[in-house]
Design a protein around this ligand. Structure first.
Ligand SMILES: [Zn+2]
Length: 224
């Protein structure tokens, strides 16, 4: 029993969404330069690396990540769902409609596309699979215990299908009396080395920065 991370360490070479500035992590004060201490300057967009999207990312009155209570970031019934997908493919209703989600509170979609994260980051960023809007709608409507979705791709939006990606995000975040609570979305997850049967719980630890919609995060998994 112990903890593992399902998130990547952020580096200057981390693949980040094509529309974002690349992370800059620069050594500022340096002991080797005669300073008494080391410090770094960190300049990153808040959707860089493994990060958690909150409703404020897409909706004006949506809850922002810094307003979440820690209790809302702990998931005791996580479920990994293996749905292998190749370039530009979407997870569709027929992929999930027959699955047994039990009472999962967090669904992690493992497409296998993370194999390109380090080896072919251009492909990882421009040909990523995504989640279709209908799948998110289905989850909001039928699986009301679910509070979070994660994926091992740079975004739940397929880069080549931006319109459908926006719709999928909106379906995750919109408030409706027919739906469960708006979802959190964890993007750019590292899911390769975890087995479903070992997974006990998940904790999202976003950067603690007041007022931002979404944040880079560490995802801790408690495993058997
Ligand atoms: Zn994002």
């Amino acid at each position: 029993m112990g903890y593992i991370t399902l998130s990547y360490m952020l580096e200057e070479i981390s693949p980040v969404h094509m529309g974002l500035k690349k992370p800059e992590i620069t050594h500022n004060n340096q002991i080797v330069d005669g300073k008494g201490y080391n410090t770094y300057l960190i300049n990153v967009e808040n959707h860089s690396g493994t990060h958690v999207d909150a409703p404020g990312h897409f909706t004006e009155d949506g809850k922002i990540i810094s307003d979440y209570h820690p209790d809302e970031l702990v998931f005791n019934k996580p479920l990994i769902v293996d749905i292998p997908k190749g370039s530009n493919e979407l997870i569709k209703i027929w992929n999930i409609s027959k699955l047994d989600f039990n009472d999962a509170d967090c669904i992690l979609f493992r497409t296998g596309f993370e194999k390109f994260h380090s080896d072919d980051s251009e492909k990882y960023l421009t040909q990523n699979p995504g989640i279709s809007p209908e799948v998110v709608y289905f989850i909001r409507k039928n699986l009301k215990n679910v509070r979070c979705i994660g994926i091992d791709c740079v975004s739940i939006s397929s880069y080549q299908n931006p319109g459908l990606g926006e719709e999928a995000h909106s379906n995750a975040f919109v408030k409706s009396k027919d739906f469960g609570k708006p979802l959190l979305l964890i993007e750019d997850m590292k899911l390769r080395n975890v087995k479903n049967e070992d997974l006990e719980s998940i904790i999202i630890v976003p950067w603690q920065i007041k007022g931002i919609d979404s944040a880079p995060c560490t995802v801790l998994a408690k495993v058997k």
